[in-house]
Design a protein around this ligand. Sequence first.
Ligand SMILES: NC(=O)c1ccc[n+]([C@@H]2O[C@H](COP(=O)([O-])OP(=O)(O)OC[C@H]3O[C@@H](n4cnc5c(N)ncnc54)[C@H](OP(=O)(O)O)[C@@H]3O)[C@@H](O)[C@H]2O)c1
Length: 339
Amino acid sequence: MTISNEIINKKWVLKERPEGMAKKSDFDLLEEEISELSENEIMLKNKYISFDPTQRGWLNDAPGYLPPVQIDEVVRAMGVGEVIESKNDNYQVGDLVIGFAGWQTYCKTTPDEAGRFRKLDDKFPIPTSLNVLGATGITAYYGMVELGQVQEGMNVLVSGAAGATGSVAAQIAKINGCHVIGIAGGETKCNWLKNDCGLDEVIDYKNSNVAEELKAKAKDGIDLFFDNVGGEVLESSLNHINLNAKILLCGGISGYNSTEPLPGPRNLMNLVIRRATMEGFLVMDYLSKAQKALEQLEEYLENDKIKHQEDILVGIENCPDALNRLFTGQNIGKQLVEL
Ligand SMILES: NC(=O)c1ccc[n+]([C@@H]2O[C@H](COP(=O)([O-])OP(=O)(O)OC[C@H]3O[C@@H](n4cnc5c(N)ncnc54)[C@H](OP(=O)(O)O)[C@@H]3O)[C@@H](O)[C@H]2O)c1
C-alpha cells in the first residue's frame, strides 16, 4: 500500500466559462481518490495556492500564452507543496516544491514537465517565496531592471502599485534612486506605499481624478511607466511621458473581466511626439534566468529594503473568492490560500 491509495484530493474544476467576473457556480469542488504514482512522478500536499490576475484569462476559451483551462480540468495556479511520496530520484519526501500546483489539496505530477516545478529552500517563509521571491517579484525585477533599465534620477510611475508585482517594482525603483509615483486604490494602500515603502507621491485612483492628480504630481514628466492596469490610467499617463520615455505593459487588470472589446488609448500619437516606446513582456520568458533576480531580491529582503504584505485566506473552499478579491482590490498584498 502506498500513501497515494489513502488520499482524497479536493479539487476545484472549471464547470462553465465565466462571463465577466467569475462566479462560484462557474466551478465545482470535487473529491477524488488519487491513483498510484507512476515512474518519475511525485505527490505534493499543497500548502499554499497563489492567486494571480492572469488566472482569469486562462478560464477564457481564447488564445493566450498558455492553453485555456479546459472544462472539468483543475484550475491552473502556482502554489507550493511538500513532497509526501516520490518515484523521482531528484525529489525526496519532505522537499518543498513550487510550481503549477492548481486549486487542489494534493498534486500528482511529473516535476520536470516543461520545467514548471522547482525545489524551494526554507530560507524564507513560503508566503514570501510566492510573493517577492515568486513570479510577481521576478516580474517586477525584470521589468524594472532589465527592460526598464531603471537608473538614478528617473521619474517612474507604477500603477497597481500596492499589489504584489507593483509594490516590488516601485520599491526597486526607489532603491535605484528614482522619484516614484504610485497609483493604487484607497487610503490604506496609498498610506502603506508612502509611509512604509517610501514612495515620493501616491495617487488614490478610487478617490481622485488620475488625470488631474498626474498634472499636479508628475510635474517633471514620466521617464518610465510600469503599467499593471491599462485603460484610463494608461491613457492619462501617456499625456505626461517625457522624451524617449518607456512604457512597460506588465498587465492590464482593468480589462480582464471585460465582456466587450477594450477601447485603445486615444493618445498613442504621444509616443510619436515623444519618441517613446511601449513594450509588453511576460515573466515566463525570464524564468530560465530567475536565479539572478532571486539573488538580488533575497538581498533586498535580508536587508529590509523591500516591504511586502500577504493576504492569506485559509481553506480550499475559498479559491473562487480569492480570485475575485484581485479584481475588487480587497487583497492587501499578495493573495494566497493556505491549506
Ligand atoms: N507580464 C507578466 O509576466 C506578469 C506577471 C505577473 C503579474 N502581471 C500583471 O501584474 C498585475 C498585478 O498582478 P498581481 O499578481 O501583482 O496582483 P495584485 O496587484 O496583487 O492584485 C491585483 C490588484 O489590481 C488592482 N485592480 C484590480 N482591478 C483594477 C482596476 N479595474 N483598475 C485598477 N486597479 C485594479 C487592485 O488594487 P487596487 O486596490 O489598487 O485597485 C488589486 O489589488 C496584473 O495586471 C497582472 O496581470 C504580469
